[in-house]
Ligand binder design. Structure first.
Ligand code: PRP
Length: 174
């Protein structure tokens, strides 16, 4: 079936919000070191922009989970494909996500990484879909709340496509 894109958030709005979040996070942590953990693959563009907006002492790591296979709905099972390289004990950690949908991924990661005794463990997600939430979890930094639609762009994909769009769009079938 043919599909088309409907613009939801422009590149300019994303840039302004990312700058705002970066400045806010840096001011919350002062001159402390922050470990930014991007969840692959979707977070790679947001993390790159957020890290530069924050400035200061930042270490960067990545982890990869998978719960979506190649389709558009979550399987509800979180698999860790790549865990952290950095030892987070005693560190200030901020998990960076492109989107929190059902909350399943973050719930799992928060539980897993809390056991490693970081000093603080917070989450920054560019997008949040409140209507899709199944697991209530704290998300300290949110860019935009969006409707319960399938979105692509700025890191988010459908079957690995569209991650390179500089804006966020709703993917509509037909
Ligand atoms: C997406 C997104 C989050 C997760 C959110 O990743 O990047 O990690 O789904 O969904 P949830 O709140 O329902 O758990 P995905 O598994 O699609 O992998 P990708 O980032 O490589 O596209």
């Amino acid at each position: 079936m043919a599909s088309h894109l409907e613009l939801l958030i422009t590149a300019e709005r994303i840039a302004a919000k990312t700058e705002e979040l970066g400045v806010r996070i840096r001011s919350d942590y002062g001159d402390r070191q922050i470990i930014l953990v991007g969840i692959l693959k979707g977070s790679f563009i947001f993390l790159a922009d957020l890290a530069r907006a924050m400035g200061g002492d930042v270490e960067i790591d990545f982890a990869q989970t998978s719960s979506y296979a190649s389709g558009k709905s979550s399987s509800g099972i979180v698999q860790i494909r790549k865990d952290l390289d950095i030892n987070i004990e005693g560190k200030h950690v901020v998990i960076v996500e492109d989107i929190v949908d059902t909350g399943t991924t973050l719930n799992h990661l928060r539980e897993l990484w809390s056991t490693r005794r970081p000093k603080t463990l917070k989450v920054c997600s560019l997008l949040l879909k409140p209507a899709a939430s199944k697991v209530k979890i704290p998300i300290e930094y949110v860019g935009f709340e969006i409707p319960n639609e399938f979105v692509v762009g700025y890191g988010l994909d459908h079957g690995e496509r569209y991650r390179n769009l500089p804006y966020i769009a709703i993917l509509r079938e037909g």
